[in-house]
Design a protein around this ligand. Structure first.
Ligand SMILES: *Cc1c(COP(=O)(O)O)cnc(C)c1O
Length: 456
């Protein structure tokens, strides 16, 4: 036993190996020493468990592999073949070309982020972006922060701290990642008053709950679940009217920031910021990287005085948006203002892709796939906290895993092993590649992977 341990090369031998010395030049000496120690530790455990002691070349090789994995550039580009347009694990919305250019300009040099070029004085990073938000939504005023979770938190803290906020029992929900409406309210210093029932709440329930200590009415869009059957919730216009009559602010968390009507694409209606603004809500909140198709951001719209009150709150500085997101958001909003969002914003290009075109693309991959693939009709989801349960008619390439002799899970694992990694989905015991979310320039990567899969 001891002799087997003794056969493991010593740390000094490993560190003196020319292959390891070369790694020290590429990374750093200290970093490689640490990796070598870890690899030796792992080797000792393996030998203890009965494995053969590694040779010096094997150890050098595992140090190189471990270093490459640890310091590989991240994040890596992957091909989204799931058909889920807004996939939170894959970074939600891809940006438009113009948005990428705007980011490059803001990131690669100095910019007039907070400088008024006419008089050379300090400007506001919010002035320009809020003007664009107002143009795109019809709101009177706007403020942009880091994400929608912080936007809502900030709005509640500025408007309703120390007071009661009335929420429908069916909307005191968890949005995801531990973001729960009752907790957010508590953190912002407000207290929750629930009205109605889980499935049915009426405008009158809110009206009856308004009292001396009411700070706001809050409506939260059910963006990641659906209550079906015997249900009712008041339209945002009704709530706005209740608030106006009682002199109580009405806050609307829309979630997605959907500026285009989803119905022409065979989807249910998703609440739109324009409608929320037109209904006269006091403050509306939405994300930048869901159906808006831009960068991570939290966008607050509303009446001038209320937005100014929110902007003055000390938390506003703590949740400030960074300049790269602001640049991307600015370019994204311009697509809507110019009426070109469907053509230029990637998520809308995907959502609006005709199913015939998707079928043609999937059929184009068939030659690379061989006999064990077929083009099938399927449905793809929007995902990412938008349109829960809603799917669109789609077409995809189905890989017959049984014919390949591997399980669907193994097929997906192999697809993830390609460069770039391909992320597919499983449906009815088969692996599916859905062209809806695959960028046109990635078709080559798909075909290369299919050829490699076919050849084992
Ligand atoms: C997604 C979502 C949020 C959180 O938005 P982020 O931009 O991810 O912080 C809040 N509320 C609703 C209703 C949502 O759908």
């Amino acid at each position: 036993m001891t002799s087997r341990f003794r056969a493991i090369p010593a740390v000094n031998e490993v560190l003196a190996d020319p292959r390891v010395v070369e790694l020290m030049g590429r990374y750093s000496r200290d970093a490689i020493v640490e990796v070598a120690r870890e690899e030796l530790g792992a080797a000792r455990s393996a030998v203890g468990a009965g494995a053969d002691p590694p040779t010096l070349p094997e150890l050098a090789q595992s140090v190189a592999r471990s270093a490459a994995a640890r310091w590989a550039p991240w994040p890596r580009r992957v091909v989204n073949a799931t058909g889920v347009v807004l996939h939170t694990n894959l970074g939600r919305a891809p940006l438009s070309e113009d948005s990428l250019k705007a980011v490059a300009i803001a990131a690669s040099g100095y910019s007039n982020l907070e400088l008024d070029l006419r008089d050379g004085k300090r400007g506001s990073r919010q002035a320009r972006i809020s003007d664009l938000v107002c143009q795109a939504t019809g709101a009177e005023a706007a403020l942009v922060v880091n994400n929608n979770a912080s936007a809502l938190m900030l709005g509640l803290a500025a408007v309703a701290a120390g007071k009661e906020v009335i929420v429908s029992r069916g909307e005191a929900v968890e949005i995801g990642g531990g973001f729960r409406i009752p907790d957010v309210l508590r953190q912002s210093g407000a207290s929750l008053v629930e009205v109605g029932t889980t499935n049915r709440t009426y405008a009158k329930d809110f009206e009856d709950a308004i009292g001396e200590n009411t700070g706001a009415i809050l409506s939260v869009h059910a963006s990641n679940f659906r209550v079906v059957g015997f249900t009712h919730s008041p339209a945002i216009g009704e709530l706005a009217a209740v608030g106006r009559r009682a002199g109580v602010p009405v806050m609307h968390d829309l979630g997605s920031g959907c500026l285009l009507d989803t119905r022409p694409y065979g989807l249910a209606h998703e609440p739109m910021p324009q409608q929320s603004a037109a209904a006269g809500v006091t403050l509306g909140f939405f994300s930048g990287d869901k159906l808006l198709g831009g960068p991570q951001a939290g966008i607050i719209i509303g009446g001038r005085e209320w937005v100014a009150k929110v902007a003055r709150h000390p938390l506003a500085r703590a949740v400030r948006i960074d300049k790269l997101s602001m640049a991307a958001l600015s370019a994204t909003l311009l697509h809507y203002i110019h009426g070109e969002a469907e053509r230029k914003v990637p998520v809308w290009r995907m959502i609006s892709a005709p199913v015939d075109e998707l079928r043609r693309r999937a059929a184009g991959w068939l030659a690379a796939a061989g006999a064990w693939a077929a083009v099938v009709d399927t449905r793809s989801a929007i995902g990412g906290g938008s349109l829960p349960g809603e799917t669109q008619e789609s077409a995809a390439l189905r890989i017959d895993c049984a014919a390949l002799g591997i399980s669907p899970g193994e097929t997906l694992a192999r697809l993830r092993g390609f460069d770039p990694p391909i992320v597919g989905r499983i449906e009815a015991e088969s692996a599916l590649l859905d062209p809806r979310t695959i960028l046109p320039e990635q078709d080559e990567a798909i075909m290369g992977a299919l050829r490699a899969l076919r050849n084992g």
